[in-house]
Design a protein around this ligand. Structure first.
Ligand SMILES: Cc1ncc(COP(=O)(O)O)c(C=O)c1O
Length: 400
């Protein structure tokens, strides 16, 4: 008799991460000997800066190899508080910080700690792939609010108000946005804050790209907008993107004390502390010279300009201005319903799969971000890779 362990209903309903799935396909193709231009995954192509790696090695060699306090080492919490204060002039207590295994884990902790079954979480689309799945895992209901390219994919206060029901608990804000790179300015955030306060919502503000901001754009952290937001906002951030530390897995939250206490307790049962060595490396990242951030930012900025120019040159493609982060989210609707390489392109998924198969460029379909008719391509890759990739994309859409 064959026996199969049944999978729980909640995990059966879970969608795997589309970005990681595309990246896995790209790797598979690469291992078959093909040159692949991988613009699928959202991570800096730079290695973690030397002084941060050194701090990790030093931590290991000086014996920081044991369990730490589950919610993070006090030195790191203090550094997080001080950095935020010096960047945004706003002070949190160290008892309001929980350090976790990456920002993704922080977001999981938040939903698990404050979402009750059937609570609704408003997620503006296009959205980062994991939000809706993490809401579902905690028993909540993701409510997708569709934004428009004509409004630069920004949610308006009127759209927000319309999406609110008696069960709405949380508004999720991702600023700068993954996948579009679009940023809200102060006035736009003030208008959203007015609705949030009047309608008694709580906000998860994912600010993981706050330091990757280009040109004249100015990042504004949500709780600093006006009185009354500190109590109802949980900010998420981490070292992955700013310091090219995706593999180290360190993220954190700023939240009201009661939430921080419960998230720390939850974490103590689920994972215990984030990696001790990584916490010391993150401490060096926050307290050391920030020149490495500026160097990486300047490279990203050059690539952003290059990529925006290339996309807009290709017939029918368009993308909003990328104020921050390192993604281009481009409109491919002109090519839906057409044949490329003899294959009917009937969805953004088909577009991305054929682009990978026919031209070896890995991107992610807009449908994975709740927005059919688009594709996301990271520009956290060298200019040489980007040049070759966009030559291939241009050839692909021209069916060359
Ligand atoms: C918007 C956003 N939030 C959170 C994360 C997760 O970051 P981490 O590597 O710290 O888990 C990502 C990573 O892609 C992201 O794009």
């Amino acid at each position: 008799m064959s026996v199969e362990i049944p999978i729980s209903k909640i995990v059966q309903g879970l969608e795997p991460s589309a970005t990681l799935a595309m990246s896995a396909k790209a790797k598979e193709l690469k291992s078959s000997g093909k040159t692949v231009y991988d613009l699928s995954v959202g991570e800096p192509d730079f290695i973690t800066p030397q002084h941060i790696r050194d701090a990790g090695v030093a931590a290991m060699n000086s014996g920081h190899t044991k369990y730490t306090i589950a919610s993070g080492i006090p030195e790191l919490k203090k550094a997080i508080v001080e950095k935020y204060k010096s960047d945004y002039g706003f002070e949190y207590g160290v008892n309001q910080i929980v350090v976790s295994n990456g920002a993704k884990h922080s977001i999981h902790n938040i939903f698990f700690t404050i979402v009750d079954p059937k609570d609704e979480v408003i997620i503006p689309a296009p959205y980062w792939v994991s939000y809706a799945e993490l809401v579902k895992l905690s028993g909540g209901i993701p409510v997708i609010l569709q934004t428009e390219e004509s409004n630069n994919f920004k949610m308006t206060p009127a759209q927000l108000e319309k999406a609110i029901t008696p069960r709405t608990k949380i508004l999720l804000l991702c600023n700068p946005s993954n996948p579009t790179g679009v940023m809200y300015n102060r006035e736009e955030l003030e208008a959203i804050a007015e609705v949030v306060i009047r309608k008694n919502l709580f906000v998860l503000s994912d600010e993981i790209y706050d330091k990757l901001v280009y040109g004249d754009n100015k990042f504004v952290s949500f709780p600093t907008i006006c009185e009354g937001l500190r109590e109802r906002t949980i900010v998420v951030n981490g070292v992955s993107k700013t310091y090219a530390m995706t593999g180290w897995r360190v993220g954190w939250t700023f939240s009201p004390v009661n939430v921080a206490k419960k998230m720390g307790e939850l974490q103590s049962q689920e994972t215990s502390n984030p990696c001790s060595v990584s916490q010391f490396a993150a401490l060096a990242a926050l307290t050391g010279s920030q020149d490495c951030v500026l160097t990486m930012l300047s490279a990203f900025s050059e690539r952003r300009d290059y990529v925006a120019g290339r996309i807009r040159e290709i017939d029918g493609l368009s993308c909003p201005d990328m104020g921050g982060a390192f993604y281009a989210f481009f409109n491919i609707k002109k090519y839906l319903g057409k044949k490329i390489g003899g294959v009917l392109i009937d969805s953004s998924e088909k577009f991305c799969l054929e682009l990978l198969t026919q031209k070896q460029v890995a991107t992610v379909m807009g449908s994975a971000f709740g927005c059919e008719g688009y594709a996301r391509a990271s520009f956290a890759a060298s200019l040489d890779v980007l040049k070759a990739a966009y030559d291939h994309i241009a050839d692909f859409v021209m069916d060359k």
